[in-house]
Design a binder for this molecule. Sequence first.
Ligand SMILES: NC(=O)c1ccc[n+]([C@@H]2O[C@H](COP(=O)([O-])OP(=O)(O)OC[C@H]3O[C@@H](n4cnc5c(N)ncnc54)[C@H](O)[C@@H]3O)[C@@H](O)[C@H]2O)c1
Length: 278
Amino acid sequence: MRQFAGRTVVVTGAGSGIGQALALRFADAGARLALADLDGAGLEQTVRQTRNLGAEVSARVIDVTDRSGVFGWAADVAQRFGAVHVVINNAGVSFTGEIERTEFADLERVMDVNFWGVVNGTKAFLPHLIASGDGHLVNVSSVFGLAAFPGQGAYCAAKFAVRGFTEALRMELRAQDQPVQVTCVCPGGVKTALVRNSSAAADIDVDVLAAAFDRDPGVSAHSAAATIFAGVRAGRSRVLIGRDAWLIDLTQRVFGAGYQRVLGPVGTRLMDRIRVPS
Ligand SMILES: NC(=O)c1ccc[n+]([C@@H]2O[C@H](COP(=O)([O-])OP(=O)(O)OC[C@H]3O[C@@H](n4cnc5c(N)ncnc54)[C@H](O)[C@@H]3O)[C@@H](O)[C@H]2O)c1
């Protein structure tokens, strides 16, 4: 898909960060937008900004873990716009904590939003993407969906799952000659509110973690959105964002499972820095 003018583009997590920047990027390209977020105030801000660019926009406050809500929203979007061309399952949360100190409720919450939220969005919109005759599904994983990192067990589990789910679907749709492209996005550090809004195990100082993340030389949300936009236009199966993502991807390819000996000590040092002093 090379042109987006008049196409319907769906974005979850559109009230902040990468999702908001994606909405603006596609609005700028003339797309019609169906946006969702759990955060009504952030969503309203995105709606205002995209309407200022002249976009036709519909918005819904939705929790992506609410399966029937997501299915109802997909049906409403298809009915309102007539066709659905691009769906970007972007909503996500972060969590930091060593597995031994992570409660089941936290593991389940991260899986619910970051994995099941993507599954709900994919299953709800896939029939509409197929029906459009020219669809594109974009699921946002992470560089932590390519390589694991100490303190990110819950997040890695969800993001690895998103990548596996997405890549299997791409192969299935291609084998069935379905008119839907599939892209898995793996960002490295992107300067958004993700970590500042994150939850963490009881022994983690979230302020110190957020300050460390803010100091990290990540790319801007607008730059991330531009990279995703270009990847969708080019029909790429995988989109890496940022030099750190390329480096971690390379480390994983070069060392195989031995990448853990390279990344492990880096993550362990970071965990030591962000732990609440006992
Ligand atoms: N920022 C990074 O460094 C980075 C790196 C890799 C991957 N990612 C992924 O990129 C995606 C976007 O994150 P971001 O950095 O823009 O963060 P962000 O916090 O700025 O935006 C995430 C948005 O998702 C929404 N959201 C959270 N839970 C939701 C739910 N249950 N239902 C609906 N909406 C919900 C939030 O309200 C927020 O508006 C996430 O999937 C994240 O895991 C981010």
